[in-house]
Design a protein around this ligand. Structure first.
Ligand code: SF4
Ligand SMILES: [Zn+2]
Ligand SMILES: [Zn+2]
Length: 306
C-alpha cells in the first residue's frame, strides 16, 4: 500500500475514521497543517500574543510547544513554557528534566514552579491524609498556579496540550456527573468577562491521542512516557478506558461526540452557565464561585486534618 499523498512507502498510518493512508513525512505535514489551520480557524493565537504554555514534558505539551515554536519563529507570538512540579516522588522529576531539555533545544523561555513553593506542601504529602482523590487536588492546584503565573508573566493566552481523547473524556465525565455548569466551560478556547481569567486555548483538541504518540515518535521528540502513580484511581481513567474500548469498532465516535457537543454548547451555556457569578476568593483573590476558591478550601481542609 502506498501513501495517498506522495505515493511512497512505507506507511506510518492508516486512518480508520477517514480511510487515509500516509507515509511518515506526509503524516507529520498533515498534522502540522491541521493544528495551524485550527489555530487560525478558531482564532486561538493573534499577532502579538504572549502565550504561557503548560508544559508537563509529556507527549501532548511537547508537541504543542513544537508547533507553537513555529509561530514564535514567525514573530507572531511569544512563548513561555511553565512546568509545575506537584511533588510526586519517582515521577515528576523526570518530567521536569525532559521539559527542560525540550524547551532548551527549541529555544523557548521556560519556568519551573512547584506546589511546595506556592502552597508549602507537595502532592505526596497531601496524599498521606487525603479527603479527595490525588487528581482532584492536582488539577485544581495546578490550574491555580498556572492562572497566577500567567498574570505574573503578562500572558494573553494559556495554551494546554488537551487532545481529542481528553476533551471527549471531559464531556462524558461532566455529563455523567450532571455537572452542567462545568460542561458549559469545555471548548477550544475559553472566554470569560471576569478580568482575572486568562483565555485558555487547546490547539490539539481535534487530534486523537494515538496520532500524538505517532507524531512525537516520527519527529523523534524526547517525551516523558511514564504514567503518574496516581493516574489509575481516577474517574477520568475509567471513562478513558471505556471510550477507548467502544471506539475500537466505531472509529468516528470521538469526533462525533465532540462535534455534537460543540453544537449543543450555545444552548447549554444560555441555560446553565454560572460563570457570570464569579467573584474574587476571600483568601487569595483568585476567581471563585464561592467565598473561597477550590484551591483555598482544599488547603484549608488539609490544614485542619493535620
Ligand atoms: S494523573 Fe492525576 S495526580 Fe497524576 S499528574 Fe495527572 S492529575 Fe496529577
Ligand atoms: Zn507521503
Ligand atoms: Zn483562593
Amino acid at each position: 500500500m502506498k501513501c495517498d499523498k506522495c505515493g511512497q512507502t512505507p506507511l506510518i498510518i492508516h486512518r480508520k475514521h477517514s480511510g487515509q493512508k500516509l507515509c511518515k513525512d506526509c503524516f507529520v505535514q498533515t498534522i502540522q497543517e491541521k493544528v495551524l489551520k485550527d489555530i487560525r480557524k478558531y482564532k486561538l493565537v493573534e499577532k502579538g500574543d504572549k502565550i504561557l504554555l503548560a508544559l508537563s514534558g509529556g507527549k501532548d505539551s511537547v508537541m504543542v510547544m513544537e508547533i507553537l515554536k513555529n509561530l514564535q519563529d514567525r514573530q507572531i507570538a511569544e512563548i513561555t513554557a511553565l512546568t509545575v512540579n506537584e511533588g510526586i516522588g519517582g515521577y515528576r522529576d523526570e518530567g521536569v528534566r525532559i521539559a527542560r531539555e525540550n524547551a532548551k533545544k527549541m529555544g523557548i523561555n521556560h519556568r519551573v514552579v512547584s506546589f511546595e513553593e506556592y502552597f508549602g506542601i507537595t502532592l505526596d504529602e497531601m496524599m498521606k491524609n487525603p479527603q479527595r482523590g490525588a487528581c482532584t487536588y492536582c488539577g485544581v492546584l495546578r490550574r491555580w498556579i498556572i492562572n497566577k503565573v500567567a498574570r505574573e508573566e503578562g500572558a494573553t493566552k494559556i495554551a494546554t496540550g488537551h487532545n481529542l481523547d481528553d476533551e471527549v473524556q471531559s464531556i462524558l465525565m461532566n455529563y455523567l456527573e450532571g455537572n452542567l455548569d462545568n460542561l458549559t466551560r469545555i471548548g477550544v478556547k475559553s472566554e470569560s468577562k471576569y478580568p482575572k481569567f486568562t483565555v485558555k486555548i487547546k490547539p490539539l483538541r481535534e487530534i486523537p491521542e494515538k496520532e500524538i504518540v505517532l507524531y512525537v515518535m516520527a519527529r523523534e521528540l524526547p517525551v516523558h512516557l511514564a504514567g503518574c502513580p496516581y493516574a489509575g484511581d481516577s474517574f477520568r481513567a475509567e471513562v478513558g478506558q471505556f471510550l477507548k474500548e467502544i471506539s475500537l469498532k466505531r472509529p468516528t465516535l470521538m469526533y462525533s461526540t465532540l462535534r455534537g457537543f460543540d453544537r449543543m454548547k450555545p444552548v447549554l451555556k444560555k441555560e446553565f452557565s454560572r460563570s457570570s457569578q464569579m467573584a474574587a476568593c476571600g483568601e487569595c483573590g483568585e476567581p471563585s464561585a464561592g467565598e473561597l476558591c477550590k484551591a483555598c478550601s482544599f488547603l484549608e481542609d488539609l490544614k485542619n486534618s493535620r
